[in-house]
Ligand binder design. Structure first.
Ligand code: ZN
Length: 353
């Protein structure tokens, strides 16, 4: 059995030679090959190679982190550059690699914009501008929003004393009209539930019949900008762009015989400039205080129903969507939302001027 054993030995020597010979040859030319580990994979490079050379050769990049708004949308790309780590220590592109180095290319962490808390006082029965709820009692509206995007995270009404708030609730539908608007309208009609539709100008232009159907069904119609700009956030648009976003939709609705008096900025992004721009066309800014995130892809009807019924209070303005990426879930949730709200002894109303 000696021959096979020698055979095995030669095979082993052969493998060793295959590994060693290129190294030796390279050494003879002064360019030894070294092995390094990059994000767990073994790579071989010439001695003297820097991290920058390695990344270029293998097409590796440091994934930068982004600045996100309160909904997770990107406000600014590449704000956190990421980090090169070799054997636990921070390195940079000019660091020379040594045999056996373990290189980790750490992605930059994305971070959310800061949040700001603002307090709006409500006086007597006057409706606030911006309006977050139907509450007409004296008190405070505490609003948390993204410091950069102006997007509303939450709005909570705190009455100044014992008061009986309105026993009504407003359902509002944004981002339509679209393929689900007619079906949502027919559910509202079937249940005799009034609501308010904040329409996007370009969709209202393309589906004027649906907007007329909303009015005929006793719904209120509000302005939700011309083409729903999100980046930069609405509150950061130039004055002329902001005005034209509001005025184009206003003009279109007027031409259809509808005089909108309510404006809801995309993403709820508002500032005093937004309020002034809306006021220039005699409109008040209306936001919401219940947001079940129904627009999010993958959100189920059950999740939407639970989120609404958990948060709804007398005077609530609920934000839903008949447009956007997930209206089929909103449609499926709607009957249970209506019956659930009514079961709490609350009345559904359309938003008034
Ligand atoms: Zn919207």
């Amino acid at each position: 059995m000696k021959v096979p054993r020698f055979g095995r030995l030669f095979a082993v020597l052969g493998v060793v030679a295959v590994i060693l010979i290129p190294t030796v040859v390279a050494t003879a030319r002064g360019r030894a090959t070294i092995a390094v580990r990059v994000d767990g994979s073994l790579l071989s490079v010439r001695g003297g190679t820097t991290v920058g050379d390695l990344m270029q050769r293998y097409g590796l990049h440091l994934q930068p982190g982004n600045l996100l708004d309160v909904d997770g949308a990107v406000l600014q790309r590449g704000v956190e550059p990421g980090r090169i780590v070799i054997d636990g220590r921070t390195a940079n592109a000019s660091t020379t690699l040594r045999a056996g180095d373990s290189v980790i290319l750490e992605a930059g962490a994305s971070r959310a914009e800061p949040r700001v808390r603002s307090v709006y006082r409500t006086q007597g029965a006057r409706t606030t501008n911006p309006q977050f709820s139907l509450a007409g009692a004296p008190g405070e509206e505490i609003v948390v929003s993204g410091a950069i995007s102006g997007k509303v995270v939450s709005a909570t009404f705190r009455p100044a004393g014992p008061s009986r708030g309105p026993r009504s609730v407003a359902l509002t539908f944004d981002d339509g009209p679209g393929p689900y608007t007619a079906r949502i309208l027919s559910v509202l009609r079937k249940y005799g539930a009034p609501a308010t539709f904040f329409v996007i100008g370009i969709h209202a232009r393309d589906h004027g019949d649906l907007v007329r159907e909303e009015v005929q069904a006793g719904m209120a119609v509000g302005n939700h900008s011309w083409d729903h700009p999100i980046r930069p956030p609405f509150a950061k648009l130039s004055g002329s762009r902001m005005r034209s976003e509001i005025e184009q939709t206003e003009q279109l609705l007027l031409s259809m015989g509808i005089a909108p008096q309510l404006f809801r900025p995309p993403g709820g992004s508002f500032s005093q400039r937004v309020i002034d721009a809306a006021r220039a066309v005699d409109s008040r800014v209306v936001l919401w205080d219940v947001d079940p995130m129904d627009w999010k892809r993958g959100r189920t009807p059950g999740q939407i129903v639970r989120a609404v019924l958990k948060a709804v209070r007398p005077g609530a303005i609920i934000e839903l969507h008949d447009g956007g990426p997930n209206p089929q879930a909103t449609l499926a949730a709607l009957p249970r939302i209506i019956t659930g709200i009514r079961a709490k002894g609350l009345r559904l109303v359309a938003l008034g001027a």
